[in-house]
Design a protein around this ligand. Sequence first.
Ligand code: BDR
Ligand code: CA
Length: 318
Amino acid sequence: MKKIIFDTDPGIDDAMALLLAHASQEIEVIGITTTFGNASIENTTRNALFLKQRFGMRAEVAKGVDTPLDHVKTEPATLVHGENGLGDIVIPDHVNAELSPLVAHDYIIEKIKEQPGEITLVAVGRLTNLALAIQKDPEIGKLVKEVIIMGGAFGHNGHTGNLTPFAEANVYGDPLAADIVINADWPVTIVGLDVTQQTLMSNAYLEKVRSHSTKYGEFIYDITRFYAQFYSDDLGLDGFYVHDSSAIMYLVAPEIFTTKQGQIRVITEGPAKGHTLYKSSDRVFPIDEWATSPKQTIAINVESQTFNQRYFDIICGN
Ligand code: BDR
Ligand code: CA
């Protein structure tokens, strides 16, 4: 069983990824830590509690902070995820489920120390909570199993950005945190737009999920109507790209991804804010801000048909 803490801003694709993890026989979600982004921290935390209650999850929920490290706040992505963050399906304003007394980054530190070598952090939102955790207690770097991030874009398959021409939304939303997390002394795999925009779930595929999964089908179909409309209006797509579920799929089926290793820095201000830059050569240049970075892993290709089949099989309980 792979134990994870899922750091997330639910978010429609976040919810789909969480359900994939919950449905997988190979993953145990021990905690859900919330971050801001797709909606306010109040709404993403309420949504996490709602998902926990609605699907009977045992995971604890710990609320994160509401401000990026550089204090430059961006508006919640309501155009993509709806006002409530879950595609404006009807959900209660408040959910009567217990919240951890610990703030997200302290929760992460405590759990990793309790179970050394056991926990994988899967982060699919701004990286603020992870950055605060590793800054406060760098020792957790050696105790975590691995860190898997949905974020960034390195230009493979022509994908360089989605919020700006050269930045992916999660990294843009807290670029300082991303640079800290990627350059910390722990093993990181980045599943960025390079691969998440290779997989498309069409509306026909979602209808199939709807009719084949008694437990999750109707819910997934309902929350994705808003998301699919955004992708249709914005990019003329039938369906949508598969961002956050790609991070969970990497944990379940790493063999369908191609990866490579290199040193990575994040541009933290200016027109290219949020741009992730990867250096593969071992040459040390006269001026080299990459030279002391650890080598981390990035995903550059995915077998997207197998991906959709695996998602279907897990969600539909095959
Ligand atoms: C990422 O941004 C958010 O809107 C999604 O949930 C995903 O994590 C994609 O750029
Ligand atoms: Ca997300």
